[in-house]
Design a protein around this ligand. Structure first.
Ligand code: HH2
Length: 261
């Protein structure tokens, strides 16, 4: 899954694909590089990000979905039911829901589309202030599996679960979730989910790991290696959907895990 942020403030590609034309061109480039899905987002969820109005988000997302429809499977990254409805009508068939809310899963059920249920502690504006868990692995996995079970029981035909790396989590929390990912893969499979999705691409914890103790976090440009390493680790653990900015190298790595034709 290639990331297509049509936003001025996303942490990695904010402002780069700000116009519909630039966003569509970048989407087509990711298709050429081998993305199976393009995830279109019109509201940044980076730590500290401010919410965007409904009209603004619709104006950013819908023209891009319309233009890319027919070229690749499209996902919409939104927490607003109205944006999900409009994007599904414009050609998207997957809703990537970082709030894992029943309002969104109901929209998806009515459309017969797919749904990603992601875990987040708090909201993007405040989530990195002081994340706390008694047992991060148990709590995060129990939450996404419960949301998935409810959606499947309600009749959503395709449900993915995502631990939400970086969403209200410290470095230690993120690493624990990645180290135990195989357990989520197994439980999601038993439940009847489509699979586990993971997004580590260029995130802050990779900057901390690249820098070493006591140093400033490594900048975005120095997080490509960590992004690919964590993508491969997630694939080894059984994750089947990786949300990434760097499609070409991740597709090369993914070919190692695809059954030979
Ligand atoms: N991460 C981001 C956004 N959406 N969705 C899922 N399911 N999983 C993730 O890990 C995830 C996500 C954050 O990254 P990005 O979209 O690149 O940045 P921003 O939120 O600033 O637009």
């Amino acid at each position: 899954m290639g990331v297509l942020n049509v936003t001025p403030d996303s942490f990695f590609d904010g402002g780069i694909h700000g116009t519909t034309e630039a966003a569509v061109a970048h989407g087509m480039q990711m298709v050429a590089e081998g993305a199976d899905i393009v995830d279109v987002g019109g509201e940044s969820s980076r730590p500290g990000a401010e919410p965007v109005s409904l009209d603004e988000e619709l104006a950013r997302v819908v023209p891009v979905v319309e233009a890319l429809a027919g070229h690749v499977r499209l996902s919409v990254d939104t927490v607003k039911p109205q944006v999900a409805v409009a994007a599904l009508a414009a050609g998207a068939s997957l809703v990537n829901d970082i709030s894992a809310s029943s309002a969104l899963s109901e929209v998806v059920r009515r459309a017969g589309a797919g749904w990603v249920a992601m875990h987040m502690q708090g909201t993007p504006r405040t989530m990195q202030a002081d994340p706390h868990y008694d047992n991060v692995v148990a709590e995060v996995y129990a939450f996404v599996l419960a949301q998935a079970a409810a959606a499947l029981a309600a009749g959503v035909p395709e449900v993915w679960v995502d631990p939400g790396i970086g969403f209200g989590k410290t470095l230690a929390h993120n690493l624990s979730l990645l180290h135990h990912l195989g357990e989520l893969v197994e439980a999601a499979g038993e439940l009847g989910c489509a699979g586990v999705m993971v997004g580590t691409s260029r995130k802050g914890f990779l900057g901390l790991l690249a820098a070493g103790p006591g140093q400033e976090p490594a900048p975005l440009e120095e997080r490509a290696e960590g992004s690919l390493a964590t993508a491969v680790a997630a694939m080894v653990a059984g994750a089947r959907l990786l949300r990434v900015h760097d499609v070409a190298p991740t597709v090369q790595a993914a070919r190692l895990y695809r059954p030979a034709a």
